[in-house]
Design a binder for this molecule. Structure first.
Ligand code: A2P
Length: 270
C-alpha cells in the first residue's frame, strides 16, 4: 500500500493535532536503508539531534514510530534516515513512499542527543551504528556544534560497505557546501567501519576502542574526561557496550536536566 496523496477525503481522516507533511524526495541505499525529505511545518521547532514521532495512516489508523530528525534545526526541510523492516508495522509501508505522499508527524520533538546535555569539552565523539547516524547527521550540519567543540569525530559502523553511503555522501556534501564547509573546516572527521565486508577499516567500534585502534587510526589520545565528550546512538547492545567503555574511561552520563560527559539514545528499529 502506498501512502495516499493529499486529497479532501484523506485530509479529513488526518488525526487532529498532528502535522501532515508532503514527501519531497526519497533515496534508497540498500534493501535495508533509505532516506526521505519532507516539508517542514511553519511552527515546528526542534533542537539538532532530537527525534519526533513519524507516522502513516495504515488501514484508517495512524501508526507512529520514533525517528531522529537527520536535518539540522536551521533547515527548511526535514530529513529522515530509515531502516526497512519487511514486516515492520510502519517501515513496511514507509519504505514505499513517493514524492507527493503525506507523512504524519506528532507536534513535540524530544531527545537526549543534544548539545545542551553535554558539559563543555574540546573533542566531541559521536558513535553510531546503522541508522543511529541520523541524529548526528543533524548535529554535524549545525554550526553550534563547531562553536562548542574544536574537534568532532563521527564514527559509523555498519554490516556492509553499501550501508556506509549515507554518511560518506553527507560528509562530502558538508565539505562542498560553501557556507557549512567554511564553518566546519577540518574540525569534522568521519571514521567509517564495517563488520561483515572487506574494507580498509573493519570491526565493531567497541573493539576498536578497547584495542586502541580507533585512537591510533585517528592520531588522538585515549579518552580523557577533561576534554572528551560522547554521544552514542545504535542498538541496545551497542549502547550498553559503548557506554561501559566510556564509563571505564571516567566519563559520566548526562541528561537534559543534568548535563554530563556523554549521552545515549536507542536508534529507531522496526
Ligand atoms: P556485527 O556485524 O558484528 O553484528 P545492526 O544492523 O545489527 O544494528 O548492526 C549494525 C552494526 O553494529 C554492525 O556492524 C554490528 O556488528 C554492530 N554491532 C552490533 N552489536 C554491537 C555491539 N554490542 N557493540 C558494538 N557494535 C555492535
Amino acid at each position: 500500500m502506498n501512502a495516499p496523496a493529499r486529497n479532501e477525503e484523506f485530509a479529513k481522516s488526518i488525526p487532529a493535532g498532528v502535522y501532515a507533511e508532503t514527501v519531497l524526495s526519497v533515496q534508497h541505499y540498500t534493501d535495508r536503508l533509505f532516506r526521505f525529505r519532507m516539508t517542514r511545518p511553519a511552527g515546528f521547532r526542534f533542537r539538532s539531534g532530537e527525534f519526533a514521532m513519524i507516522g502513516l495512516m495504515v488501514e484508517g489508523k495512524p501508526i507512529y514510530r520514533a525517528y531522529s530528525i537527520a536535518s539540522p534545526s536551521w533547515d527548511e526541510e526535514l530529513e529522515f534516515f530509515s531502516i526497512k523492516v519487511p514486516d515492520g508495522p510502519l517501515t513496511s509501508h514507509l519504505q514505499k513512499i513517493q514524492p507527493g505522499d503525506i507523512v504524519l508527524m506528532r507536534k513535540k520533538p524530544t531527545g537526549t542527543l543534544v548539545l545542551d546535555a553535554l558539559t563543555p569539552g574540546k573533542r566531541l565523539y559521536m558513535f553510531s551504528t546503522g541508522t543511529g547516524i541520523a541524529p548526528f547527521a543533524s548535529l554535524i550540519r549545525d554550526p553550534e556544534t563547531y562553536e562548542k567543540f574544536e574537534e568532532v569525530i563521527l564514527t559509523h559502523t555498519c554490516r556492509e560497505v553499501a550501508e556506509l553511503k549515507y554518511g560518506l555522501d553527507l560528509v562530502d556534501e558538508i565539505r562542498n557546501d560553501e557556507m557549512l564547509g567554511e564553518i566546519v573546516g577540518d574540525k569534522l572527521r568521519l571514521y567509517s567501519t564495517v563488520t561483515r565486508d572487506d574494507y580498509p577499516f573493519q570491526g565493531r567500534i567497541t573493539d576498536l576502542i578497547a584495542n586502541g585502534k580507533l585512537f591510533a587510526d585517528l592520531g588522538v589520545p585515549a579518552f580523557d574526561p577533561a576534554v572528551d565528550r560522547g554521544m552514542i546512538c545504535g542498538s541496545a547492545a551497542m549502547l550498553k557496550d559503548t557506554k561501559e567503555l566510556l564509563e571505564k574511561a571516567g566519563l559520566v552520563e548526562g541528561a537534559n536536566n543534568k548535563p554530563g560527559e556523554f549521552v545515549i539514545e536507542r536508534a529507531f528499529v522496526g
